[in-house]
Design a binder for this molecule. Structure first.
Ligand SMILES: [Zn+2]
Length: 265
C-alpha cells in the first residue's frame, strides 16, 4: 500500500485502485481528537469514547479523504453476512442497519466502516462502476463473506469477478491471531482440507491466518486481482487500533471508499 498524509492525518491506499476513478483510504489512528486508549482518530461511536470527539474525527477523516461528510453511508457491523446496497447517504435520523457488506454505484455515496483487527475488504468493479466494503472478522471469514460479497456484486451490478479488484486491508496477521481448537474445527468443516493452510502452530498455540482465508474465498469467487496490505494491526499500535493486543480497550480506525464522478474519467 502507499502511505499518504493529509491535514495531519495518515492513511494508506491500495496500489491497484486507480485514484482517478475511486477515492479510498485506510486511515491510521493518527491525527484525531480522541485521547487515552482512543488516541487519536477513533471512529467508533460505541466504544466508550467522547461522542463529540468521534464526530470531529469523522469530519476530519472525510475532509482528508476529499469526500463530503454528508455523503457517508455506514451500517452496524455485527459479524454476519448481510449485504446492503445503497444509492444514497444514510440520513441523520436513519438508524444503522445491521450488515457487514455495503455497496454502491452512486458517486455521491461514500462507504465507511470501522476496524480494529478484523479484515477490511475493499472491492471495485471498473467495468460496471461499483464499489463495496466488507467487514470480515473470524466469524465472517468462516462464513466466506468475501465470496458472498463477490456473488452479491455479480447479482447487483452484473460484475464479472475476473474484472474485480479486491484489497485486503490492515488487520491482525496469521502470526498474532491466536485462536482455540474449536475455531479450527469449524473452519475445517467449512473449507475442508483447504482450511488447514489457514492455521499454524507455535509453542503449543494455534494461530489463524485471516488474510489467507479471505484471499482463498475471493479466489474461489473468481477474483484474480487481489492486493494484500501485509500490515498487521497488532504489531503496529503506533498506527492502528488492535482489539486483541489492547485487550478490548481501544478505538476503531476508518476505511472509506467512493466512486469519483464520471467527468473525472
Ligand atoms: Zn501480526
Amino acid at each position: 500500500m502507499n502511505r499518504c498524509e493529509a491535514n495531519g492525518l495518515r492513511y494508506y491506499q491500495f496500489e491497484g485502485l486507480p485514484t482517478d476513478q475511486v477515492d479510498h483510504a485506510v486511515f491510521t489512528r493518527l491525527g484525531g481528537a480522541s485521547s487515552g486508549a482512543y488516541s487519536a482518530l477513533n471512529l467508533g461511536g460505541t466504544v466508550g469514547d467522547k461522542p463529540e470527539a468521534v464526530v470531529e474525527n469523522h469530519r476530519r477523516l472525510f475532509k482528508a479523504a476529499g469526500r463530503d461528510y454528508e455523503s457517508r453511508f455506514d451500517v452496524w457491523q455485527v459479524h454476519g453476512t448481510t449485504m446492503v446496497y445503497s444509492d444514497q447517504p444514510r440520513s441523520q435520523d436513519q438508524k444503522h442497519q445491521p450488515a457487514d457488506g455495503i455497496f454502491t454505484d452512486n458517486p455521491d455515496v461514500t462507504l465507511i466502516m470501522r476496524f480494529a483487527d478484523c479484515v477490511p475488504l475493499v472491492l471495485y468493479d471498473p467495468v460496471n462502476r461499483a464499489v463495496g466494503l466488507v467487514h470480515a472478522g473470524w466469524q465472517g471469514t468462516l462464513l466466506r463473506i468475501g465470496e458472498l460479497a463477490v456473488d452479491y456484486m455479480r447479482e447487483r451490478f452484473n460484475s464479472d469477478p475476473a474484472n474485480l479488484f479486491a484489497g485486503i486491508g490492515p488487520s491482525i496477521c496469521g502470526s498474532c491471531y491466536e485462536v482455540g481448537e474449536d475455531v479450527r474445527e469449524r473452519f475445517l468443516k467449512t473449507f475442508e482440507a483447504d482450511g488447514r493452510s489457514f492455521f499454524s502452530e507455535r509453542n503449543g498455540s494455534l494461530y489463524l491466518d485471516l488474510w489467507g482465508a479471505n484471499a482463498y474465498s475471493l479466489r474461489k469467487a473468481g477474483v484474480r486481482q487481489i492486493e494484500q496490505s501485509g500490515l498487521c494491526t497488532a504489531e503496529n499500535l503506533d498506527e492502528w487500533y488492535s482489539y486483541r493486543k489492547e485487550k478490548g480497550f481501544t478505538g476503531r480506525f476508518g476505511v472509506v471508499i467512493g466512486l469519483k464522478h464520471a467527468e473525472h474519467k
